[in-house]
Design a protein around this ligand. Structure first.
Ligand code: AOF
Ligand code: ZN
Length: 360
């Protein structure tokens, strides 16, 4: 029964997908005499937590009932008051949680509070699913670093463009639509200046339903982003990351156009992406979709800021020894140094194949 109701709570939590950032997705179900008397999910950061919605719906029926919640009720005063206190006050008798809150401000203190008040606590029900659902939140809240998602699309023979540089389009419409769902879900989207100069992309989320745009982040060592670029002129927010030596007049010109210019230390190949991610994480950006070309992809992998990959393979062969692949740089000479993936999955998206996985 615990798993049955926890599955419901997880499904509720998932309704917040892409809308709760940088807070977690959380779902809650209140059950009394085998009947659901309250349910709720977290809708947006700064608004009431899932437990509060469920308790409000249950009202007096919460007394003596069991609360199923996908994350430990919080114990801290943040943008809202502690849910553990509200749970105790409502007279809940038993609390079943999927996982402990990884937020160092909570980290078990909520469960302690509940136990101290005489509430029976069960933890670890569908913990793996709950952790998977909140992989972004867990990474960000425990390390301060945004969760990095590298997305790329290549032909069956491993090319992202022809020898002349043509790349529109490698994948079909369903795969491109899938990418827009990723842009809608994650907080930021990173590209290199090469991509801005070559394609002038908007990098916004465009779907038939209402969407939200990620913050566009351009790794642009010398502030070469043209003032006429789409990312400078449309309404979505843009951050241009530059090196300390970027010409001040170009930086100022971008700032005058409303672009947020961030100065980042130099790494091995231009902007140090680890430092950039640290800076962006501090600003509350909890996830970054990397849609770069070979140079940015290589730097991101080398800087160890990639957690997950979405790798599309199109059923096309275009050839060309000098046609680029998804990851540039000098490469490795020893196979032992290869970057490995775990928990890989394969999915058909239209004509294309999507391989996803996590960097080991
Ligand atoms: C949520 N929604 O349903 C639960 C959360 O910024 P605050 O004050 O809203 O607090 C956010 C923290 O509260 C969050 O990091 C997590 O530790 C805890 N639980 N947060 O946004 C919820 N249950
Ligand atoms: Zn709470």
């Amino acid at each position: 029964m615990d798993e049955y109701y926890m599955r419901q709570a997880l499904a509720l939590a998932e309704r917040g997908l892409g809308r709760t950032r940088p807070n977690p997705m959380v779902g809650a179900v209140i059950v009394r005499d085998n009947t659901v008397v309250g349910q709720g999910w977290h809708k947006k950061a700064g608004t009431p937590h899932a437990e509060i919605h469920a308790l409000t719906q249950a009202g007096d029926l919460a007394r003596g009932a069991t609360l199923y919640v996908t994350l430990e009720p919080c114990s801290h005063y943040g943008r809202t008051g502690p849910c553990a206190d509200a749970v105790i006050q409502a007279g809940i008798k038993k609390v079943v949680v999927a996982m402990v809150d990884p937020n160092p401000l909570v980290a078990g203190k909520g469960l302690e509070k509940l136990r101290a008040a005489g509430i029976e606590v069960v933890e670890g029900i569908l913990a793996g699913q709950a952790a998977g659902l909140n992989e972004v939140f867990i990474k960000w809240v425990t390390t301060g670093m945004p969760f990095g998602i590298l997305k790329t699309a290549m032909t069956l023979d491993g090319k992202i463009a022809t020898v002349s540089g043509q790349s529109q389009w490698i994948t079909g419409p369903p795969a491109r639509q899938f990418v827009h769902t990723l842009r809608d879900r994650y907080d930021g989207i990173l590209v290199g200046i090469g991509t801005v100069l070559a394609d002038d992309p908007a990098l916004t989320a465009r779907l038939p339903q209402a969407t939200q745009n990620p913050v566009r982040i351009v790794a642009d060592s010398l502030a070469r982003t043209p003032l006429t670029a789409k990312v400078v002129n449309d309404e979505a927010a843009t951050i241009v990351a530059v090196l300390p030596e970027a010409p001040p007049e170009r930086r100022e010109a971008l700032q005058k156009k409303g672009v947020d210019v961030v100065v980042v230390p130099r790494g091995k190949t231009g902007i140090d992406l680890k430092s950039l991610f640290q800076i962006l994480g501090k600003r509350g950006i909890s996830s970054i979709l990397i849609e770069g070309g070979p140079a940015v992809n290589q730097s991101a992998l080398a800087a160890n800021v990639v957690d997950k990959v979405y790798w599309f393979i199109a059923p096309k062969i275009i050839g060309g020894t000098s046609a680029p692949g998804p990851v540039g740089g000098e490469g490795i000479s020893c196979l032992d140094a290869a970057i490995l993936l775990k928990n890989t999955a394969i999915q058909q998206v239209g004509e294309d194949v999507l391989v996803s996985g996590y960097i080991v």
